[in-house]
Design a protein around this ligand. Structure first.
Ligand code: PLP
Length: 418
């Protein structure tokens, strides 16, 4: 008997052999987040029969002949050419990120900041203006206000969530509306329906930095936002072991963004992309735990007598809880809280007494992190600037990792009671 290995058709399959089979991409289009993050962008059969994507270390890619090269330069073949323009590892991770956000395309950068810079440098020219909600990552604010200004771009900041002020700040030179949601560190959730409506009414493009939300909790593309930015350093990578960033949106709008990235050169090594891809496979599982830990710890903190105020969009006490409850699936792992009647020194004693969370900047990794914004990110600011940015001396920010909630709560309890 000879074994036919070219087909494993059974009798029951044979009866239905004319039935159209859904393609790999049809199945993925309707799949859940984990199915997408595990399988999207990966050829079913990879080099050497490897189940995981081989790390392609090449900086350049060979052509068999001049004819082969001509086919490529004339646009008949989509294939890697030179590392700065794209690599096989990058391609599969970009496909996963686009699938998670429900976008046509995603572009990877070497960090979240490189992604913001890459997008804004593509879309803005001298004389253009941008309007953005004032609660935001301080380096984004610094890039716009200090550096884009050197190239003749005007930045107008308006209070977060104040759509009337945003409308009033728009004029015929306005090219982009920018916001984070939720914001850092006040966790203000922006109503994406209103944000998009203001953009469309004024024919201005919109950008949401959804790093804190992640595609598990909200997908701004579904609301009509033009560009969604992630610092993949945070929840997408998820292990506090890499830096990366991404922008997703439509193919057409991203085409010039990708071209400029090929010039700016802010790309990832394939080793880094392997780490991101590996992190992404467990993205949904991790987010479920981050959301659960965030909610439970926020509730614990709010009930603790030494805690003055908790900023967490999953709490009814948060000013934007109603919007968060309507638009988000969960509220993430980041919590900001203040200590009652404490100066900066007493506040730092709580930070130092915590045994499980480590003192470090960043968020979104499996390890819980804790910090006092005054001493960490805002140390170089003047007292006036800290008041303007809403950074209080008695403020603590905690990024809940994936440890067990009861252990984190017991640890915070002993730190607060110390
Ligand atoms: C961390 C962060 C960034 C910057 O990302 P990097 O990967 O550190 O460059 C931008 N926006 C938000 C909301 C962030 O938390």
């Amino acid at each position: 008997m000879t074994l036919d290995i070219s087909s494993n058709t059974t009798d029951s399959d044979a009866v239905d052999s004319n039935r159209p089979r859904p393609s790999h991409s049809d199945i993925l289009a309707n799949a859940g987040l984990s199915t997408k993050s595990v399988h999207a962008g990966e050829p079913r059969q990879k080099a050497g029969g490897s189940i995981s994507a081989p790390i392609v270390t090449a900086s350049t890619f060979t052509f068999e002949s001049t004819d082969d090269l001509l086919r490529f330069v004339e646009g008949h073949e989509d294939r890697p050419e030179y590392g700065r323009y794209g690599t096989p590892n990058e391609k599969s991770v970009e496909a996963k990120l686009a699938a998670l956000d429900g976008a046509e395309e995603a572009i990877l950068y070497s960090s979240g900041m490189a992604a913001i810079v890459g997008l804004l440098m593509t879309k803005l020219s001298a004389g253009d203006e941008i309007v953005f909600f004032d609660q935001c990552y301080h380096r984004s604010r610094e890039f716009c206000a200090k550096h884009l200004a050197r190239f003749g771009v005007v930045t107008r900041q308006v209070p977060t969530g104040d759509f009337a002020a945003m409308e009033a700040a728009i004029n015929e030179s306005t090219k982009m509306l920018v916001s984070e949601s939720p914001t850092n560190p006040h966790l203000t959730v922006v109503d994406l329906e209103k944000f998009v409506a203001v953009g469309k009414a004024n024919e201005v493009e919109t950008l949401i930095d959804a790093t804190l939300a992640t595609p598990f909790n909200i997908r701004p593309i579904e609301y009509g936002v033009d560009y969604v930015l992630h610092s993949a350093t945070k929840y997408l990578g998820g292990h506090n072991d890499l830096l990366a960033g991404s922008i997703c949106g439509s193919k057409e709008q991203l085409e010039p963004v990708r071209k400029l990235r090929g010039i700016l050169g802010s790309v990832n090594s394939s080793h880094n992309l392997y780490l991101l891809e590996r992190g992404l496979k467990t993205f949904e599982l991790r987010m479920q735990r981050h959301n659960e830990n965030g909610q439970r710890i926020a509730e614990f903190l709010e009930a603790h007598p030494r805690v003055e105020r908790v900023y967490y969009p999953g709490l009814a006490s948060h000013p934007t809880h109603a919007t968060a409850a309507l638009q988000m699936r969960g509220f993430g792992g980041l919590i900001t809280f203040t200590i009652k009647d404490a100066d900066w020194k007493e506040t730092s004693r709580v930070v130092d007494a915590a045994r499980i969370p480590r003192i470090a900047p960043s968020l979104g990794g499996v390890e819980s992190l804790i910090e006092q914004p005054l001493v960490m990110s805002y140390f170089s600011c003047t007292p006036e600037e800290r008041i303007r940015f809403g950074i209080a001396d008695n403020m603590i920010r905690m990024s809940c990792g994936i440890e067990n909630a009861e252990d984190l709560i017991a640890d915070l309890k002993q730190a607060l009671d110390a």
